[in-house]
Design a protein. Structure first.
Length: 94
């Protein structure tokens, strides 16, 4: 199981919640450009939880849940989320 920070719409605002996911269930990982753009926009970023800013990226994960497909928006760039899902370590190069 991996732990991700999920972005959930609560009325007109967004909240963060922990999402625990079996990596074997993940089908697709892609950046959610619309939500990321809203997070970076000065007029709409107040709808997001405190602590998120223009440096963050929102990624949409599609995963299997029994016989259905579910989607979640999580905090992190697609490559970072992919590394978490596959268990790969990311090397820092200087």
């Amino acid at each position: 199981m991996i732990r991700l920070e999920e972005l959930i719409r609560d009325g007109g605002r967004w909240i963060l919640a922990s999402l625990y996911l079996n990596p074997a269930w993940v089908i697709k990982i892609e950046e959610d450009a619309n939500i990321t753009r809203d997070l970076r926009c000065p007029h709409t970023k107040s709808k997001f939880p405190e602590g998120l800013d223009e440096r963050h990226t929102v990624t949409k994960i599609t995963y299997a849940c029994g016989s259905s497909i579910e989607r979640a928006m999580v905090i992190g760039a697609p490559d970072t989320i992919s590394n978490k899902v596959t268990g790969q370590k990311q090397l820092l190069r200087g």
